[in-house]
Design a binder for this molecule. Structure first.
Ligand code: ZN
Ligand code: ZN
Length: 301
């Protein structure tokens, strides 16, 4: 599929490079999933007091864009099972300094159902890094704003087949008012439908508005971006954030936009799985000196 020429140019102009990661044992590789970590003291959960599980250490110096820190070590509580940075049960270290400490025995946390499940306590090896082109994410907010401004995002029918939403407020014979919201298909005759609905009731208010599924609204553009990227969420440092689902966070509390730091896809080599082969995303505030250091969330696919 192709996009209107101006839009295709826009997408191509937003090409960035990213450092793609493949976790296979590589001599000299400096990013790692699971296993021991370089820390001064092994972090414990502020929620339950158990030692945290070392999910990953990333060497951020491989990023093609400047990132706020040279390295990221990320620890997670499998018992408190947080799903984003607002929850309790995680710790992030940003420097690469400290002493290498082997992974402590995985604490008894596996019984807790959570979005992130540990598959093995063996580390996944060190990452091979390959530089490659990256395109805006399929939910890229800047692209979305541009599409709306240019009037290029065409409405699409919602998944249910309904194309209009009828809001109807009716008064019953006993005086009680009921509010209804009904999806209408293209075949529905609104006048006839309302006549049947009202019968011995009176209409207090009524409106009909176009019904659009926001997921479908941008689908032609998302399909093209997905085609450019190969359609898969992969592990990488730098480049653009791209997920299976709409990003949970677009903006920092200071108003600054969020920049992609890293994505870890829970694919076949990953020692943990997020939901149904989902991913873990790290973003940072683009405003220098902002106190909010790290935004992260899990995407269950
Ligand atoms: Zn905990
Ligand atoms: Zn900020």
């Amino acid at each position: 599929m192709s996009l209107p020429a101006a839009l295709e140019r826009y997408v191509q102009n937003r090409t960035r490079s990213a450092a793609y990661l493949t976790f296979a044992a590589v001599p000299g590789g400096s990013s790692q999933l699971g296993g021991g970590a370089v820390v001064d003291r092994w972090p414990v959960c502020t929620g339950c007091g158990r030692p945290l599980y070392h999910l990953l250490t990333l060497d951020l110096t491989v990023a093609p864009q400047p990132l706020p820190a040279p390295g990221l070590a990320f620890f997670y509580c499998l018992s408190c099972a947080p799903s984003d940075h607002r929850d309790c049960g995680w710790h992030a270290g940003f420097s690469t300094g400290g002493v290498y400490q082997p992974q402590p025995p995985v604490p008894d946390q596996s019984e807790q159902p959570g979005p992130l499940v540990l598959l093995t306590d063996q580390a996944a090896g060190l990452a091979e890094v390959r530089m490659g082109a990256d395109w805006p994410g399929t939910f890229d907010p800047a692209l979305r704003r541009r599409l709306i401004k240019a009037g290029e995002a065409a409405p699409a029918p919602s998944r249910s087949g309904a194309d209009r939403l009828l809001r109807l407020s009716l008064r019953e014979p006993n005086g009680e008012v009921i509010d209804l919201q009904i999806g209408l298909t293209p075949a529905t005759n609104v006048d006839e439908f309302v006549k049947v609905m009202t019968a011995n009731r009176t209409i207090v208010s009524m409106s009909v508005e176009p019904l659009m599924d926001p997921t479908d609204y941008f689908s032609p553009y998302r399909d093209r971006l997905s085609e450019l990227r190969g359609g898969m969420v992969v592990s990488k440092i730098g480049g653009w954030q791209d997920g299976w689902q709409e990003p949970r966070f677009h903006r920092c509390s200071c108003g600054g936009s969020l920049e992609h730091v890293a994505t870890i896809a829970s694919d076949g080599v990953c020692p943990f799985v997020v939901g149904d082969s989902g991913a873990l995303y790290f973003m940072g505030c683009s405003k220098p000196g902002c106190g909010e250091e790290l935004f992260w969330w899990l995407d269950y696919t």
